[in-house]
Write a protein of this length. Structure first.
Length: 115
């Protein structure tokens, strides 16, 4: 999906907040390189409102996501925010076809590495 202009981005975030009002973000890694800031996160929440045409199910959803914040090197202004995640995995969890514990889970991976 591509959301153009600030209105498109606002619409995307409003949709996510409406669909998963309790969503939590856990940041697992943060990298800053010239012109870019990168975050690897895990998002979890309960499906509480329509998402992609699917009525609320009350199911928990967990998804790994990478975000790239692209900055203008001359001014330092934010030029773009790019999110990468597997929406099919989100939908499969909402439909009950995939348990959230069976998805790529950065939280569980980190806990296993610390043990």
């Amino acid at each position: 999906m591509r959301f153009s202009s600030i209105k498109g981005v606002e619409g995307f975030y409003e949709s996510i907040h409406r669909s998963f009002p309790d969503f939590q973000i856990t940041v697992h890694s943060e990298q800053d390189v010239p012109g870019m800031s990168i975050r690897e996160v895990q998002i979890t929440g309960i499906h509480s409102s329509d998402y992609c045409g699917i009525a609320p199910t009350g199911r928990r959803v967990s998804v790994a996501l990478a975000t790239f914040f692209v900055f203008d090197k001359a001014t330092g202004n934010l030029n773009a925010e790019r999110l990468y995640f597997d929406n099919n995995t989100v939908i499969a969890q909402i439909k009950g076809e995939l348990p959230p514990d069976n998805v790529f889970d950065l939280i569980r991976i980190e806990q296993s590495a610390d043990a």
